[in-house]
Write a protein that binds this ligand. Structure first.
Ligand code: S3P
Length: 168
């Protein structure tokens, strides 16, 4: 089976769904942000602070290039990974790209209490989510499959992905 690559905005449930998928399908779960933090022995927030967003994107691309060579994996990517065509090309070689979508209000609710997303540490996070989402929409839409998760639990989303993967 090809890798399952989860893309989508922050708070769309990539990590939660990835865990269920990996368990159900006996695949290894690889969270790109967690791998970056493990390798660099620091947090994503700290990388943003030290290197800025552009520096983080370079680190993210290097991690994606390496990790996309894996087999039998669920690869959960950070919300901005879709922005670089090279990232998508690398991920697509071995994988089916599945984008999880949600409304800005759902995203705000799911990310609200979390302080570990540097891009959302602003006075008006809902406005920021809307702006980023609007800009990124065409990138997210390049996925092979898009799943709207607003009214679904992570288990339901995972179920839908498992069904979709059977036809691939
Ligand atoms: C980002 C999403 C984050 C993380 C970083 C940047 C983004 O990952 O990679 O804070 O640009 O959308 P999650 O989508 O897993 O929160």
């Amino acid at each position: 089976m090809k890798n399952i690559v989860l893309t989508g905005f922050m708070g769309t449930g990539k990590t939660a769904v990835g865990k269920i998928l990996a368990r159900r399908l006996g695949l290894v779960l690889v969270d790109v942000d967690a791998e970056i933090e493990r390798e660099r022995k620091t947090t994503i927030t700290e990388i943003f602070r030290q290197c800025g967003e552009a520096g983080f994107r370079d680190i993210e691309s290097a991690a994606i290039e390496k990790l996309s060579a894996m087999k039998n994996a669920v690869l959960s990517t950070g919300g901005g990974a879709v922005l670089r065509a090279d990232n998508m090309d690398a991920l697509r070689k071995n994988g089916v790209i599945i984008c999880l979508a949600a409304s800005p209000e759902t995203i705000l609710r799911r990310t609200g209490a979390c302080k570990n997303r540097p891009l959302l540490q602003v006075d008006n996070p809902l406005q920021k989510i809307k702006e980023l989402y609007e800009f990124r929409k065409p990138y997210y839409e390049k996925a092979d499959i898009i799943i709207h998760t607003d009214d679904m639990s992570p288990a339901q989303v995972a179920e839908k992905i498992i069904k979709a993967m059977k036809n691939r």
